[in-house]
Write a protein that binds this ligand. Sequence first.
Ligand code: SF4
Ligand code: FES
Length: 384
Amino acid sequence: MNAQVPIPQVPIRAEAPAPVGLLAELTHRCPLRCPYCSNPLELDRRSGELDTATWQRVLTEAAGLGVLHVHLSGGEPTARNDIVEITKTCADLGLYSNLITSGVGGALAKLQPLYDAGLDHVQLSVQGVDARNAEKIGGLKNAQPQKMEFAAKVVELGLPLTLNAVIHRGNIHEVEGFIELAVRLGAKRLEVAHTQYYGWAYVNRAALMPDKAQVDASIRIVEAARERLKGQLVIDLVVPDYYAKYPKACAGGWGRKLMNVTPQGKVLPCHAAETIPGLEFWYVTDHSLAEIWRDAPAFTAYRGTDWMQEPCRSCDRRERDWGGCRCQALALAGDAAATDPACSLSPLHAKVRALAVEEAAETPPDYVYRTIGSNIRSPLKEDA
Ligand code: SF4
Ligand code: FES
């Protein structure tokens, strides 16, 4: 049993309900280079990362704010030497900890100490089912056997395992295979998450965009498997925005449920918020998490519905999807306050859908791999 740390309670204004989750991007360092990575195009370097004591203070403030879940993420969070210490702090504070990992490099060696420190859950990314395809997508040779060994160890320890499969035209033919893999590995949950096109995925959109028939087939496969595997495997399905009727409530609504802390301590309402020009972000090194949640200009900018334009402003779904994704609205409409063009009610929707159809019909270009310091096309790295 871990010692309990006293948690200061922070009053929250009615218009800013307490956040449920904190995404702790502990580092942008990562052995993989997935072409759909949601991290920013400009990655934080190791020299600028927050130290252990600051992360522990941030976690204490998060618990005081009412946060329940902490997602220990990156990059690859196990690349941090203090990942076990940080996980133990979560356990001491009563925060549910979820390790979001690639399972390669040093991840396996840290699994037992993480378990001993009180880790609650593991989310393992899988790029493909066929090893050759998976390693081409992740940009790292010998990654697949490491992932399989890692998954087996997670299950052996009795930790709940979720597999996360980001789906695109390079692996959409493997959806059935992902389901079989999840069952074989003993995962409790599988996320079949069609790529969201911002960050690196926006750069690689033409290489990643599947066609509508492929998307429809993948949805049918998931629906059939959900029936077949009831009680054994939960399958979450995130459908691709460009082919959807209505958008998702991105991040659960801007400034409503989540806080995202970058490796350098900048606090974002969603992982792609830095793509929106003119937003003012505050740092955990200058402000408490409670101040940031309540008052940081980036958090108040699109909270609620006052900022909305038509058709969102008078739409009866406005408090269900909160107008969709601000970052996607900026990328596609050139205005972060516009209705997300993924919405069928947006005047730009037909154009965006046509773009997706056109890109999916073309021969896919090579991936532009994610690399700290540059975004060049390059061959596979030789090893983890
Ligand atoms: Fe959602 Fe706006 Fe579309 Fe209505 S118009 S469904 S609020 S994105
Ligand atoms: Fe920023 Fe959707 S990714 S609001």
